[in-house]
Ligand binder design. Structure first.
Ligand code: FE2
Length: 174
């Protein structure tokens, strides 16, 4: 996919979330990590497009979730996300149905790890978890558990181990 299309989606997502600096910085971080993982895993062009677009849009349902439910529970943001993602992709003239439907599906399930049904979904999950592991200032034991349970790709593992000091298996707290 033409890079300018992805940049346009990012600009539109920034405009959509305009007064929430933290949320914008979060998806910009997730996007960059997702790009690194997709590149490291040698994903094909369509997969790269899905991964980058979903990384940008995965949390786009939070604003409507807050407006409608006064919370950002996973179930509500997953419910609200796909329609907004669809709107932004349409405005950016990204019309490839296969790509659009996949971005909407992953956006609508990105906290439902049991729904992870492909490498594209996995790469978005890993990028989000890496960003969240930093932003949420998690305890080392929690980071170890995330690494063991959810980080599957070689590139994701390398990034996670490079960014966070993991405890050795022997002195883990759980
Ligand atoms: Fe996120």
């Amino acid at each position: 996919m033409d890079e300018s299309k992805i940049m346009e989606v990012a600009q539109r997502a920034i405009a959509y979330d305009r007064d929430d600096t933290r949320r914008i910085m979060h998806f910009l971080t997730v996007w960059n990590i997702a790009r690194m993982i997709a590149s490291g895993e040698k994903a094909d062009d369509d997969t790269k497009a899905v991964v980058e677009l979903t990384a940008i849009l995965h949390d786009i349902g939070i604003r409507n979730s807050l407006i409608k439910y006064n919370d950002a529970l996973s179930i509500h943001q997953e419910q609200e996300g796909p329609a907004v993602a669809n709107l932004i992709l349409t405005e950016a003239k990204i019309l490839d149905t296969k790509i659009v439907e996949r971005v909407k599906f992953i956006t609508g399930h990105h906290h439902t790890y049991s729904a992870c049904d492909g490498q594209d979904f996995q790469m978005v999950v890993e990028a989000d978890l890496i960003a969240n592991s930093y932003e949420d200032d998690l305890r080392p034991a929690t980071r170890n558990r995330i690494y063991d349970e959810f980080i599957r790709t070689e590139t994701g593992k390398k990034l996670y181990k490079g960014i966070f000091p993991l405890e050795s298996a022997d002195d883990r707290l759980y």
